[in-house]
Design a protein around this ligand. Sequence first.
Ligand code: PHE
Length: 326
Amino acid sequence: MSLKDSIKSVKNDFLTDFATVSDSSGADLLKQKYLSRNGLVTNLFKQLGQVSKEDKPLFGQLLNQLKIDLNDKLNSLDSTSDTVSDADKIDIFMPGKIYPSGSIHILEQTMLDIKKIFSEIGFNVAYGPEIDDDYHNFSALNVPEHHPARDMQDTFFVDKDIVLRTHTSNVQIHLMEQEEPPLRFIVPGRVYRNEAISYKSYCLFHQVEGLFVDKNVSFSQLKGCLEYFAKKMFGANRKMRWRPSYFPFTEPSAEVDIWDEQRNQWMEILGCGMVDPEVFKSVGYDTNVWRGYAFGMGVERIAMLKHDIDDIRLFYNGDVRFLRQF
Ligand code: PHE
C-alpha cells in the first residue's frame, strides 16, 4: 500500500474509532493507539524515509496535517465532556435554597377584606387627603370652631388651619363637592389622633368611611348594610350590638360594638348615622331631595377582633414574628 493510501486508511480507521468514544478515557486510548511513540500515525512518519525526495514535502505536510486533525478531534472531546469538575456539576436532586418571601401586612389584608365586602354590594372605592384643611375635617361636617365635639378627637395641627385628618369623614365632603348625587362610596385611609395610647388606641390608625346618598335612604338600610358587613367579616354567630350615639355630622347616630372574646367585653368598631342636613348644605345638595347614611369603621379594631390580636401597637412595631403569623 502506498503511503498516500496508508494515510487515508489510518484516517478512516481513526474516524470510525472516534465515533464510538464519548469520554476522556476513550480519548486517551485513541491517543495511545494513534499518536503515541508506537502509534499508527507515528509509524506513518517512519515510512517517510522511503518516499522519494520530490514527494517528501507533500507527504510531510499530509502527515503533519493528519496529526493536527487527530489531536484537535481528541482535544475537543476532552473539553466537551470533562472540563466541568465534579465540584461544579449540578446535582439536580439537591433540594433548592428556600428564599424567605414577604406577605401582605395583616392591616392591608383586612382593608382588602373590607373593600371586597362593600364592592360586592355596589360601593365604589375612593381616596382623599391625609393632610387637609380645618374646613373639610371639621367645619363642613358641622363641627364649628370651639364646638366641644372637637375635643373627642385631639388633633395634630400642621398649621393654624391645616390638620392631619382625624377621620376619613373629610373625604365625604371632597366626594360631594366633586360629584352629583346619588353616590355610594367607601374610603379607606390613614387617620391621626393625639390620643392616650392604649391596647385599643394609637396616634395613627386606619378607617374605612362609607357614604351613601340617594333619594330614599333610611336608617334601616344603614342597619341592614352594616349587619350584612359584620356577618361577612366575623361570621353569622358573632355577637354585635347597636348603641345610640352622637356625631355632629349625622342625626340620628349610632355606634356598633362587636363582642371581644379575648377580654369578655364589647369593643366599638364603628360610628354611623343618617347624614345631617347641615352637611348637605355645606356641599350644596338639596336637603329636600337627598338623604344619606354614613359610617366610619376602625380597621385595626376589626383586625384585632377577627384575628385575636390583643394590642393595637403590634400593627406598628414591625416585629416579623407577629407579622409572619398571618
Ligand atoms: N368619623 C367618625 C369617627 O371618626 C365616625 C363616623 C363616620 C360617624 C361617619 C358617623 C358617620 O369616629
